[in-house]
Design a protein around this ligand. Structure first.
Ligand code: NAD
Ligand code: ZN
Length: 268
């Protein structure tokens, strides 16, 4: 059986040779920043599962409860920083214009890493497609206006919940909830890139939330390679030519840092 370092070296070579790369991340990449995953031990809040709170029905039923949960999650994430895995990916994506980071995470840590690494430069090449939204974006339930907000949430009564700055309608998190559709522009950007990519790197996702979980399959079906970084096996393991059974912080920097990139074209 190959050791983790053999697998890391194989992954490093695949990345170095790839002309286009798509990186799909999930909650696991932020676990070492202190953001709890859903399916880990800390996934429960009070007695609720995420599926009971992250839905349009739950919000209609009890907006204060849903906002209380989001307020708690925003506070947790606001205290977290991008880790070495977010930073290594951001540095790589900035230095290599053919990398697209697609995330299911709503914590904004990839974007924070992109801005931190870019400094005075434009961070655009390292900004992720945030398939499921962002904890710090709100949307008006009346006029659909979307805005950024990171102020504390007071969910003690309906009167104190966040409201729209333009029409004073009730605000909700600008997050894709269970049963809702993803932004079609985001989906087509992610899937087009998955088809063109020589390598899809899947980091810290349980691979059960669709359509994100299909991104790796699209790369594999188009002849590309899949690299998985996850301490546990997932349904995506079967698609992967390289499986790295470790946390993201140990695996991502050695794979992405110090690699040189070949000229355009599928695998060389
Ligand atoms: P998930 O919670 O279902 O799975 C997390 C995966 O990460 C697991 O497979 C686990 O083995 C792996 N993991 C745990 N620690 C890791 C580490 N240190 N390094 C690498 N991998 C590690 O997460 P998901 O697949 O992203 O799906 C959950 C859904 O919940 C998504 O829709 C997402 O929007 C949302 N969510 C987001 C956050 C966040 O923004 N950080 C956190 C929790 C849930
Ligand atoms: Zn409004």
């Amino acid at each position: 059986m190959e050791t983790c370092s053999d697998e890391i070296e194989r992954a490093r070579r695949l990345i170095a040779a790839a002309s286009r790369i798509v990186v799909l991340t999930g909650a696991g990449i932020s676990a070492e920043s202190g953001v709890p995953t859903f399916r880990g031990a800390e996934g429960l809040w009070k007695q609720y599962r995420p599926e009971q709170l992250a839905s349009p029905e739950a919000f209609v039923d009890n907006p204060c409860l849903v906002w209380e949960w989001y307020g708690w999650r925003r506070d947790k994430v606001a205290a977290c920083q991008p880790n070495a895995a977010h930073l290594a990916l951001a540095r790589f994506a900035l230095g290599h214009g053919k990398t697209l980071i697609v995330t299911q995470n709503v914590d904004g840590l990839h974007a924070d890493a992109a801005r931190e690494v870019a400094g005075d430069r434009d961070p655009a090449a390292a900004l992720p497609v945030e398939l499921h939204g962002n904890l710090f974006s709100l949307r008006c339930t009346a006029c659909q206006h979307v805005w950024r907000d990171s102020t504390a949430i007071d969910a003690s009564s309906l009167d104190t919940l966040p409201i729209c700055p333009s029409c004073r309608g009730l605000a909700r998190p600008h997050i894709v909830w269970f049963g809702e559709s993803l932004d079609s522009g985001h989906v087509s950007r992610a899937f087009c890139e998955a088809e063109l990519a020589a390598v899809c790197v899947v980091i810290g996702t349980s691979g059960v939330v669709q359509p994100a979980a299909s991104i790796a399959a699209v790369t594999a079906q188009a002849g590309g390679e899949v690299i998985e970084i996850n301490p546990d096996e997932t349904p995506l393991t079967a698609l992967s030519s390289v499986s790295i059974r470790s946390g993201a912080v140990a695996a991502v920097p050695p794979i992405f840092e110090g690699t040189s990139v070949s000229a355009p074209g599928r695998d060389s």
